[in-house]
Design a protein. Structure first.
Length: 511
């Protein structure tokens, strides 16, 4: 046990100080502080010595230099059982500091509030992280607290040990302190990389706040958790069981597609991170029904994502099938009442969710791959009609819709669509021809209509067999990226079969 005699408090977040100060006063622990924290402590009517009075050195550079002084850092870093350290302190008239309570300038909050670079720079804390690192390094003798969330734990520790702390507690706080300084520096590094558009710096730092530990990963024997760069995920669970690793994976896949569709018009159904039905329609109920009709068997136990508010009529329809998760931009009260009849179904409000052009990660062993997300907005200039037969506006619209959905399907991917609704999806096959056959098979199994059907491929057809299979099934128009050495053969076949063929300048694999 280490008795606490002296504490240095310097906090940006000044909430919840009073209960802590009461306990420190109870055990006659001497307080040292500076700036706004000193004023707050005095305002709360507790005794406190100002840092400048303690060090005999004034705050300078407009407050940039307050605690960066040998008397402060020697008091924190000295080993209590080291005779040489004790001698140095005595010779310099320095004293030991046993408890450091510091939280940093609100750099993240400043980023949210302003783009003013000078203001942002001034909110980079120097003295705070320096003291915290010193105290965390010397955890054998010094206790370090970095958040008001830890106050109650500290109070319990001091009360339990009559003004002392245990080595176990100090070690735990040290670990959390080093995590805090690392996170803080990572956010700062992220800011500078962002303003310099340096997506792939020499040293890549990944940081995040723990949102929650999950029950398990993809399988029960795997551990899992979800983190966020922000304090929340911009999605709100309003009903149902705890979300699992697989749920989150499916939710983000669903939202990526939903947010690429025209707002208030699109329904997406996801199973195992793959879309199994997507539809755009002004009638939200019809949009869902059309998406479901694409593959109602795969939809069982899946996730539905609506980029609109769910009403009573749609809620009744949704309750007719077993679903794991329903995502929407809000729910009408009557809809919630209906959907909540199912105890376990997870209801997610994604009204505030925005797709950001951030990097994606994929890890293996001690390495990780990183790339920007494929959320490139399609421009009509990106597409080139290469066949003799030209698409009309409606056909081109359906082709681009199919191509957009296709980029979110696991490669090799084929999407069949009609009137901005998927009617067959083939995904994740080693052969593009297999994906064609699966998509056609689903269309023939579940659809019964005479409307014109178009097809999209996430990459070029290396041979004419894939295109031939589509044409033989009744497909009248195809969109694919260009780039094959056999592009001319593909165009020739399209012209021979009177098929519309559109090339994209960009490829959209999703492995």
């Amino acid at each position: 046990m280490n008795k606490i005699k002296k504490v240095l408090i310097s906090v940006s977040d000044k909430k919840d100080l009073k209960p802590l100060l009461k306990v420190l006063a109870k055990y006659k622990i001497e307080l040292i502080s500076s700036g706004g924290t000193y004023k707050e402590i005095k305002k709360l009517k507790f005794k406190c010595l100002e840092v400048s009075e303690y060090t005999g050195f004034p705050e300078i550079l407009g407050g940039r230099v307050k605690t960066l002084h040998p008397k402060i850092h020697s008091g924190i870093l000295s080993k209590r059982n080291n005779k040489s350290h004790s001698k140095d302190l005595k010779n310099n008239n320095f004293e030991e500091i046993d408890l450091v309570i510091v939280n940093f300038y609100p750099f993240e909050k400043t980023l949210e509030q302003t783009n003013d670079h000078l203001k942002i720079i001034e909110n980079i804390d120097i003295g705070g992280p320096t003291m915290v690192r010193a105290a965390a390094k010397n955890y054998n003798d010094v206790t370090v607290i970095t958040s008001s969330d830890q106050y109650s734990e500290l109070i319990n520790e001091i009360e339990k040990n009559k003004g002392s702390t245990s080595i176990e507690f100090r070690e735990k706080m040290s670990l959390e302190a080093f995590s805090e300084t690392a996170y803080y520096d990572a956010v700062i590094a992220g800011y500078f990389n962002k303003i310099k558009k340096n997506n792939f710096p020499k040293k890549k730092i990944i940081y995040g706040n723990l949102i929650e530990e999950l029950r398990y990963g993809e399988n029960p024997h795997q551990q899992a958790a979800i983190y966020s760069k922000t304090q929340n995920l911009d999605i709100k669970q309003i009903h149902g069981k705890q979300l699992s690793y697989n749920n989150y994976n499916d939710i983000f896949s669903a939202l990526t597609i939903s947010k690429s569709l025209p707002k208030n018009l699109g329904t997406v159904i996801i199973k195992h991170a793959n879309p199994c039905g997507v539809s755009i329609n002004k009638d939200n109920l019809k949009s869902y029904q059309l998406a479901l009709a694409c593959d109602p068997i795969s939809a069982f136990g899946g996730i539905v994502s609506c980029n609109y508010r769910i009403n009573k009529n749609l809620a009744m329809e949704l309750n007719n099938i077993f679903l794991e998760v329903i995502i929407a931009d809000g729910f009408d009260p009557e809809a919630l009442k209906i959907l909540k009849k199912k105890k376990n179904i997870r209801l997610i409000d994604a009204t505030n969710f925005l797709m950001k052009n951030l990097v994606k990660f994929n890890s293996a062993n001690e390495s990780f791959l990183t790339q920007s997300e494929d959320i490139k907005k399609f421009d009509i200039k990106n597409f080139k009609i290469v066949s003799k037969k030209k698409p009309n506006k409606s056909q081109l619209k359906s082709l681009i819709f199919a191509f957009n959905v296709c980029r979110y399907v696991k490669s090799n991917a084929i999407v069949l669509a009609s009137q901005e609704t998927t009617v067959g999806i083939g995904s994740g096959q080693p052969s593009r021809l297999d994906s064609c056959q699966i998509a056609i098979g689903k269309m023939n199994k579940f659809q019964n209509f005479s409307e014109e059907v178009v097809a999209a491929s996430d990459a070029f057809f290396p041979f004419i067999d894939g295109l031939e299979t589509l044409v033989q099934s009744g497909i009248t128009a195809v969109i694919q990226p260009s780039g094959s050495i056999r592009d001319k053969d593909i165009i020739k076949f399209a012209n021979q079969t009177n098929t519309i063929l559109v090339f994209s300048k960009t490829r959209h694999f999703r492995h």
